[in-house]
Design a protein around this ligand. Structure first.
Ligand SMILES: Nc1ncnc2c1ncn2[C@@H]1O[C@H](COP(=O)(O)OP(=O)(O)OP(=O)(O)O)[C@@H](O)[C@H]1O
Ligand SMILES: [Mg+2]
Length: 337
């Protein structure tokens, strides 16, 4: 059995069926992400694992033991929420020491553990400061230190970075991942930010309306979305109907819809050399948008099909609106849904 094993979890609030037959495994030492739009049940599943909510039906196992009905404080789970929940009247040392004091550890041991953990999160010199004297990112690192210092079996992180600005957020993503790997803490991370999920996870579980739509490594989820919802939520997929796509590219991708990542489409002024498995069609550029390092061109083909194509920006624009171009892509990268 996996280290954490959810078996047919259902959660119903009144008439709202929030979690529907969720089966989910987390291996020891992994960081897995629950990714999905607002309201799909991510926090509810975490809260069921922590014991803050009772499941309506189903079983939860941790480290071989059933914990479905175990009280929260006996589950060995640490949690960090979206809002920093530090004690404002305690300095950093006392905030981090809190859980260890509850366990009545000797003072010297508490001090040593707190100092070691603050060193890991890079906040040693803030040990005597109060939360109000810290930036948002620093406060969130204290919250992490406080959750990790008790060496929980499992760490639950519910959108811990959502209140933090973009640059610091990127740094903290990498830091959390580093600390998690260094300490080998089994971690479940919740986010609705796909980039964050890609950067941090061993495994991603994509949630949709109380069910797991797709599970996989970041690469699998990114390059092989299994459903239209997954392709809508991940990346910047073009999602034309299969009929339109097949007509324009003279091919036979099966299914209702076709998912094409903009970065697999190459644009050239001259027709590319024909080769096996290369799909080519001629079209007209209708717009372009700069995304800094790349330009996203929209190309319209005969029959009304339009596809976005991402081109790495070098130092000049090769094409402009109204230009005729050849769009080409490898057929095996095109996904029929
Ligand atoms: N204590 C509760 N009582 C009643 N309904 C609840 C309760 N907690 C959550 N819900 C409902 O369950 C659904 C899922 O909520 P949940 O908080 O798990 O979503 P989420 O995926 O974490 O969303 P977000 O990304 O916005 O945090 C929502 O429809 C919400 O209204
Ligand atoms: Mg939530």
């Amino acid at each position: 059995m996996a280290y954490i094993h959810f078996e047919k979890i259902n959660k119903i609030f009144g008439t709202n069926h929030v979690l529907k037959d969720i089966d989910l495994d987390v291996e020891k030492g992994q960081l897995v992400t629950l990714l999905g739009p607002s309201g799909c049940g991510k926090s509810t599943l975490l809260r069921c694992l922590a014991g803050l909510e009772q499941v309506t039906d189903g079983h939860i196992y941790l480290d071989g033991q059933e914990i479905t009905d175990v009280v929260p404080r006996r589950r060995g789970i640490g949690m960090v929420f979206q809002q920093y929940s530090l004690f404002p009247n305690m300095n950093v040392r006392d905030n981090v020491a809190y859980g260890l004091k509850l366990k009545k550890l000797p003072k010297a041991e508490i001090n040593q553990k707190v100092e070691q953990m603050l060193d890991i999160v890079g906040l040693s010199e803030k040990i005597s400061q109060y939360p109000a004297q810290l930036s948002g990112g620093q406060q969130q690192r204290v919250a992490l230190a406080r959750a990790m210092v008790t060496a929980p079996k499992v760490l639950l992180l519910d959108e811990p970075l959502s209140a933090i600005d973009a640059l610091l957020r990127k740094n903290l993503q990498i830091e959390i991942r580093r600390i998690q790997q260094q300490l080998g803490i089994t971690t479940i991370f919740v986010t609705h930010d796909q980039d964050e999920a890609m950067v941090m996870s061993d495994m991603i579980h994509l949630f949709h309306e109380g069910k797991i739509e797709q599970s996989g490594t970041p690469e699998q989820i990114y390059t092989r979305p299994a459903t239209k919802f997954a392709a809508t939520f991940i990346g910047n997929y073009n999602l034309p109907t299969a009929a339109d796509f097949n007509r324009a590219f003279h091919t036979d991708i099966p299914g209702q819809d076709v998912a094409v990542r903009p970065e697999i489409v190459t644009l050239t002024k001259q027709a590319p050399k024909a080769e096996d498995g290369l799909l080519v069609a001629e079209g007209t550029i209708t717009s372009h948008i700069s995304h800094g390092n790349l330009i996203r061109f929209a190309v319209e083909f005969e029959g009304g099909l339009t596809l976005n194509a991402d081109v790495v920006y070098e130092n000049k624009l090769d094409f402009g609106e109204g230009d005729r171009v050849f769009a080409a892509m490898k057929k095996d990268l095109v996904i029929g849904l």
